[in-house]
Design a protein around this ligand. Structure first.
Ligand SMILES: [Zn+2]
Length: 236
């Protein structure tokens, strides 16, 4: 009579493949994010360059408003100047207008410097974008490979699950339950062979002679006294 553990051992082979595939699938998102993390420095540099450009643009906007309001003040002074009653009043406006014109020139000088700074800033942003694009292209292949691998594994997993279901139907039900319980707990083997010299194939402890003997007997199901895995000793 065939040993009732034979179909369980066959099932275990599929379970081990399943576990291996599931582990690899589980690790793929982390592997992808590790690869994407290589872009971190290039992304950071671009963000800094964009911030700096935005800051310069805001400063320029402020100066434009300031110049506008100074020019409006001159218009107002000139109107008041026309209505001056005395020469002293007239000269006072000439002086005021001169001061404001000086302020405008100062602001215009600053504006010019900031416009140059803005041009430089735009150049730096473009460089940073280019570098990021180059780095993205560099990792695109690696990421695509992992995506392809993931799809392949998902397909294998589906096939293997169907396969496993059929294999499970050939197993003795109480034995399958026992095996499943141990497998879920140990995550590697539920059934192990008795190794040469009488050692447990799971935990490698020396098994008692009675267990080694019973592990051959198709009518007896025995477990390792140390790790609890089912031990199987097929006829040579
Ligand atoms: Zn053991």
């Amino acid at each position: 009579m065939p040993h009732p553990l034979e179909p369980i051992v066959a099932l275990q082979k599929k379970d081990r493949k399943l576990l291996k595939i599931m582990r690899e699938l589980r690790d793929i998102p982390q592997r992808k994010s590790d690869i994407e993390a290589q872009l971190g420095s290039a992304r950071q540099k671009l963000a800094t360059a964009l911030d700096s450009r935005k800051h310069t643009e805001a400063q320029l906007k402020d100066i434009e408003l300031e110049i506008e309001s100074l020019k409006e003040r001159i218009v107002k002074y000139k109107q008041q100047q026309m209505e001056a009653k005395t020469n002293d009043q007239y000269r006072a406006f000439v002086k005021e207008i001169g001061v404001v014109e000086g302020d405008i020139r100062k602001q215009e000088d600053r504006e010019l410097l900031l416009m140059e700074e803005l041009e430089r800033g735009k150049g730096i942003v473009a460089e940073c974008e280019e570098r990021l694009d180059t780095e993205k292209a560099g990792i695109a292949d690696e990421l695509a490979e992992l995506d392809a691998r993931s799809t392949e594994l998902e397909e294998q997993l589906e096939r293997l699950k169907q396969d496993r279901m059929r294999a499970a139907e050939l197993c003795d039900k109480p034995l399958l339950q026992k095996y499943t319980r141990i497998m879920n707990n140990k995550r590697d083997f539920g059934v192990v062979l008795v190794e040469a010299g009488g050692y447990c194939g799971g935990c490698h402890m020396k098994l008692p002679p009675q267990v080694i003997h019973d592990a051959r007997n198709p009518t007896k199901i025995v477990g390792c006294n140390f790790c609890g895995r089912i031990v199987y000793n097929p006829e040579p």
